[in-house]
Design a protein around this ligand. Structure first.
Ligand SMILES: Cc1cc2nc3c(=O)[nH]c(=O)nc-3n(C[C@H](O)[C@H](O)[C@H](O)COP(=O)(O)OP(=O)(O)OC[C@H]3O[C@@H](n4cnc5c(N)ncnc54)[C@H](O)[C@@H]3O)c2cc1C
Length: 515
């Protein structure tokens, strides 16, 4: 018998994983509460699920949120300049358009405010268990429900929906000596607002979407900024602008006008999928425009060469910025492309032997996406964890269900990510699917559903087959889209309207029903 002790704020919960199943066998906090649907997270995913359930008249659900506010990504990322890069007319719920977005690409606080308002308006706040972290979820084959251990007690739920976020576990770089650094070090997704950067020698590691947003904001106040960059991103103009008051009023009076703008933005972005998936060659025109943009922004030939990407546009996320290149042109900024060999108490040493004295390191090094620790907390039939199921990289049927994990639904699961359009569109597609699954279960009086292994395998093979020849696998770059085995387990390989169509109805034939 394997016992998995789970530290639970001073209490100990013991999970007995004797074959053939794992179950919670004892807790010293005895109350076990029962709920129909348990949701994890209060970002766009978790809130969206809760709101759609509420709209259907379902009240028997609970949301576990480890933090003390809603917002997910938009609560945690508070770095200077943090904003969305898909216009928020589209990057928002279709059932809760906000006519009062102040800008084309609003900043973090405005998006968090929007999510708070949605949670209040649709009455889901009272369902949220704040500061309640899901520690373990174990499928019980006798009771046909999930046994869930959280920092706020133990629950049983018929259905478990994971909206824990693909970009919510910051990833720190594995660099020799980094733990011995005696200055200040933080990740961009956990910005240290208590630390004043004024007059400091700052090292920024990474040049992804976050760095491109915060570097121009901090450059004017720091004494020196060393930007450590291994691969330059493709950058195109952002053209952010305020939304004029008359337009906001128009959207208030005539919501249809905003729906039309939203549709236009959707189709403009959707066109990019053509280049990413079907005709990578078509990206050449975009590359030409981006190179022209770089040329006009960076006259210094040496710097321009460093900033010129050598891979196909779209292979890594295309970034939008009007002020990143100008910031790099400033005399207090140095772009360093040499690999870092070690971090010392007060410096960073690069492979050319140069030592860069610094006071603070800001890691803009992304998130654990394909290697999330969350997979170690979820145990399906036979006590198999998601981490075991995913040892060769994550996969899920339609990015939503995993064979051997009955009544489990993933939001933004494997291969639902996008490089070109709004994630909220994908989340809403998955919500349709999950709600229809619940409806079908009710109609068939089924207590559990489990996706058929062969359906899952077939889907996974299709996804990987379609990945071949896309810009992500043939574009000549390494990106966080790829798992360690080189497979793209992150992105959806097609148009988003195809995903919407395939998730419109729950496809019963691909599932086993357990009465
Ligand atoms: C800086 C940044 C900018 C972005 N900009 C865009 C954009 O412009 N357009 C776009 O389409 N996408 C963008 N994204 C992607 C973005 O993550 C998604 O669009 C979306 O916000 C994800 O929502 P989510 O609810 O799935 O996850 P999250 O927003 O990450 O929410 C997950 C929630 O789950 C909670 N949680 C996690 N684990 C547990 C646990 N064990 N127990 C309890 N609670 C838990 C977390 O506290 C969090 O509240 C951006 C991401 C980042 C980081």
């Amino acid at each position: 018998m394997v016992q998995i002790p789970v530290s639970n704020r001073g209490r100990t919960v013991v999970i007995d994983s004797a074959e053939p199943q794992v179950q919670v066998v004892s807790t010293d906090d005895t109350e076990v509460r029962r709920v129909h649907v348990a949701i994890v997270g209060t970002g766009f995913s978790g809130l969206g699920m809760a709101i759609r359930l509420k709209q259907r008249g379902e009240n028997d659900f609970v949301i576990f949120e480890k933090a003390s506010d809603v917002g997910g990504t938009w609560r945690d990322n508070t770095y200077p300049g943090c904003a969305c890069d898909i216009p928020s007319n589209l990057y928002s719920f279709s059932f809760a358009l906000n006519p009062k977005w102040s800008r084309l690409f609003p900043q973090q606080a405005e998006i968090r405010g929007y999510l708070r308002r949605c949670a209040r308006r649709f009455g889901v706040m009272t369902h949220i268990r704040w500061e309640t972290e899901l520690l373990n979820a174990v499928w019980n084959e006798d009771e046909l429900c999930w046994h869930i251990v959280t920092t706020g007690g133990v629950w049983k739920a018929d259905i478990l929906v994971l909206g824990n976020g693909p970009l919510s576990e910051p990833s720190l770089p594995a660099i020799a000596g980094i733990e011995d650094f005696e200055g200040t070090l933080f990740h961009s997704a956990r910005w240290n607002h208590g630390y004043d950067l004024t007059g400091k020698r700052v090292a920024v590691i990474g040049t992804g979407a976050s760095a491109v947003q915060f570097v121009p904001c901090i450059q004017p106040v720091v004494s020196h900024l060393a930007l450590f960059m291994r691969t330059p991103p493709w950058i195109v103009p952002r053209m952010d602008r305020p939304v004029p008051l008359w337009k906001q009023k128009l959207y208030c009076l005539l919501p249809l006008a905003q729906h039309l703008v939203r549709a236009r933005v959707y189709w403009q972005h959707e066109l990019l999928a053509l280049g990413f998936v079907y005709r990578p060659d078509a990206m050449k025109r975009g590359m030409k425009l981006a190179r022209k943009y770089l040329e006009t922004q960076v006259p210094d030939l040496v710097l321009r060469e460093k900033l010129t990407p050598k891979y196909m546009m779209g292979c890594k996320r295309i970034l939008l910025s009007d002020d990143f290149y100008p910031a790099l042109m400033q005399p207090n900024v140095e772009v360093i492309t040499e690999k870092i060999s070690e971090v010392r108490a007060h410096s960073i040493v690069t492979q050319d032997g140069r030592e860069h004295e610094i006071d603070v390191i800001i890691c803009a090094t992304g998130f654990h996406v394909t290697d999330t620790s969350f997979a170690e907390c979820v145990y399906g039939s036979g006590g198999r964890s998601l981490a075991e199921a995913w040892k060769d990289g994550p996969y899920a049927y339609l990015g939503t269900t995993v064979a051997g994990f009955p009544n489990l639904f993933l939001l933004i699961g494997p291969n639902t990510g996008l490089g070109h359009n709004s994630m909220v569109y994908m989340i809403e597609s998955q919500l349709n699917y999950i709600l229809d699954a619940l409806r079908v279960m009710q109609r068939r009086d089924a207590r559990a559903i489990d996706v058929r292994v062969e359906s899952e395998e077939c889907f996974n093979e299709e996804v990987q087959r379609r990945m071949k020849g896309t810009v992500w696998t043939s574009g000549g770059c390494k990106s966080w889209y790829l798992a360690t085995n080189g497979r793209n387990t992150t992105l959806w390989p097609g148009f988003t309207f195809e995903f919407r169509e395939r998730t419109r109805r729950f496809d019963e034939q691909n599932y086993r029903f357990i009465q």
